[in-house]
Design a protein around this ligand. Structure first.
Ligand code: AP5
Length: 208
């Protein structure tokens, strides 16, 4: 495969699914959210600019995203795109670099998005993802994998989650129809357990 696009509201489980799916399908996992957070942590010009949008739950401008990710789309291995594209302009920009084989849509209700994101915790050291409700760490506040400190992302407050969801509905949800019209959209019920979501995704992509 050249490229699989993961679509879905914030917190629908894109990152959680992408880790396992990329491994199984031998794709490079590219998360624009992770790339941006890395730029912010390193204090680069892009990171400083992006932070202004990310903290309030707004989208970073399309051209900044395309410039950041473009060079990563033309390697010899296929890519699993997590959180990109998020607008019609990004979807069209992506096609200038590579063909898209499938758009995998993780469906999840607004209430479940708020519930999951407000209880998410992330390791400061290795980026491992936890959830106080569904996947708590063995030791309070510490990563099972590396012992690093767990923190709450600044955009995981109830106010910013609500804004991210509204932005998703306005700018990113129309991409579901965009890929449906191309005949390459597959749907997965994101409300199921992580194992079920993974199995459904493999089956929908014809790799079960
Ligand atoms: P980004 O980091 O991409 O945020 P997002 O799309 O809002 O997605 P999340 O990372 O919050 O959630 P997810 O769907 O990956 O779910 P996860 O697996 O973590 O982007 C952040 C910001 O960067 C954006 O707001 C924007 O400003 C900017 N940005 C990024 N890309 C951009 C772009 N292309 N254009 C413009 N701006 C861009 O799971 C969430 C929680 O649920 C975890 O705690 C997890 O353990 C739990 N969980 C996962 N799956 C399940 C399950 N099946 N059952 C129960 N719990 C589950």
């Amino acid at each position: 495969m050249k490229a699989v696009v993961l679509l879905g509201p914030p917190g629908s489980g894109k990152g959680t699914l992408a880790e396992r799916l990329a491994d199984k399908l031998d794709l490079v996992h590219l998360s624009t959210g992770d790339m941006l957070r890395d730029e912010v942590a390193r204090g680069t010009d892009l990171g400083r600019e992006a932070k202004k949008y990310m903290d309030g739950g707004e989208l970073v401008p399309d051209q900044l995203i395309l410039d950041m990710v473009g060079g990563r789309l033309t390697g010899p291995r296929g890519v699993l795109l997590d959180g990109f594209p998020r607008t019609r302009a990004q979807a069209e920009g992506l096609e200038e670099y590579t063909a898209v084989d499938a758009g995998l849509f993780l469906e999840l209700s607004r209430d479940e998005v708020v519930r999951r994101l407000s209880s998410r915790r992330v390791c400061k050291e290795c980026g491992a993802n936890y959830n106080l409700l569904t996947k708590p760490p063995a030791e309070d506040g510490r990563c099972d994998r590396c012992g690093g400190e767990l923190y709450q992302r600044p955009d995981d407050t109830v106010e910013v989650i609500a804004r991210r969801y509204d932005v998703y509905l306005k700018d990113s949800a129309p991409l579901v129809e965009y890929y449906e019209k191309k005949g390459i959209l597959v749907r997965v019920d994101g409300s199921r357990s992580p194992d079920d979501v993974y199995t459904q995704a493999l089956s929908a992509l014809g790799n079960a």
